[in-house]
Design a binder for this molecule. Sequence first.
Ligand SMILES: *Cc1c(COP(=O)(O)O)cnc(C)c1O
Length: 366
Amino acid sequence: MDRIMTNRLDRGFYRYQEEFEAAALRVLRSGWYIMGKELESFEEAYAAYTGAKYCVGVGNGLDALYLACRAIGIAAGDEVIVQGNTFIASVMGISMAGGRPVFVEPDEYYMIDTERIEAAITERTKAVMVVHLYGQTAQMRRVHEICKKHNLKLIEDCAQSHGAHWDGQMTGTFGDIGCFSFYPSKNLGAFGDGGAIITDSEEYKDRIRQLRNYGSSVRYYNKEVGVNSRLDEMQAALLSVRLKHMDELTAERKALAAVYDEGITNPLITKPAVREGAEHVYHQYVIRCEKRDTLIGYLKERGIDTIIHYPVPPHLSEAYAYLGIPKGALPITEKYADTVLSIPMYNGMTEEEQARVVEAVNAYTA
Ligand SMILES: *Cc1c(COP(=O)(O)O)cnc(C)c1O
């Protein structure tokens, strides 16, 4: 029996093979590879898809977060509130800009616990960064209210939530800037690195366009120290193909999740819950299990791969030892790191593959 992997990016390619190949050839033959028509048309299409006024393509999701922090004015010593249970890039975006991450515990949906945000605010707090983790949306109206009340900027890390709505509104459009990654495994994935920001602010749009290109908007005239972080023509063209099919791809993920929701009945497993008003686009299907590590081995023996998102919470990673946050400081975050497990979930997953996963998960007895 074939191994079932956690993701199958090849399936995503073959489904629209002809369209992808045509787009790639168009770019190769054009003689123009960076900052051209393909980027412009993708930026326009992605802004329209999200409902934001502007989209600016950048090199990857981390840069989107970092440049967003720069654009809203995060500087040395400024505190940015972020949930403890996120991918480390959210946190690095903050610290690369000079900011200091302040961690808040998640709720039972793995989203930032909005009841705990206000207690984390100090005089140095400049912004809140919300992460729509695993593809579910956080309680954005509440977060927005808190930010308004305390005069804080709001950044959304939408690297896992392409196309997800909260209360009918697309993630990334609630705050000042929404940040996306198009890393190949994301719901809207490129064939290499890619990222973008969306915003309604002309000022932030112009600033990030300048920052992504050495701090210049007129060639060889540099207004500030920027970076080289551009979404190239090839990735933009390929992303434009996939974007056309996003509704279908998102619906497929939801259908796959529904099969797991219904099929997995093992009392040792906690399935993902979706909050009223939230949408879940299932970037990952994340279960929890007290004896997670034996479950991993059990599934592996049955030819099923799994992956942990994420085994080390940022505050306990070596990179952030300098913050001096001890183990035990964020018990919910740490508990999730010890018990969460992502089971296979990808566009193009077959009924047979899913049936095998369901059967194996249900047969686990610890
Ligand atoms: C993938 C991801 C990022 C970083 O994106 P890259 O394109 O890999 O730099 C940031 N935040 C979250 C939550 C992610 O999942």
